[in-house]
Design a protein around this ligand. Structure first.
Ligand SMILES: [Ca+2]
Length: 80
């Protein structure tokens, strides 16, 4: 049981690290949020409809909180 808890905690930590890196890498113009084009680099299947759904505050950009929520909700799926 203890081993399972450790494995889960380690897995979550690793996912978080990879995610933080990808947000910075995807933000090509350094705006701190992602445009649809930037989002499609990581999620090629994302459409304008997907983008509007993810952009919870409708400011035309997907920030880190919105991206995290979309990934957790399963809205964004990597093709690879
Ligand atoms: Ca937004």
């Amino acid at each position: 049981m203890q081993k399972l808890a450790f494995t889960l905690a380690f897995g979550l930590a690793a996912t978080g690290m990879a995610f933080a890196q990808s947000m910075t890498e995807l933000d090509a113009d350094g705006s701190g949020a992602l445009s649809l084009a930037e989002l499609q680099v990581a999620y090629p299947s994302a459409t304008e409809d997907t983008f509007v759904t993810i952009d919870a505050n409708a400011d035309g950009a997907v920030d880190e909180a919105e991206l995290t929520a979309a990934v957790e909700a399963g809205t964004l799926i990597t093709d690879s």
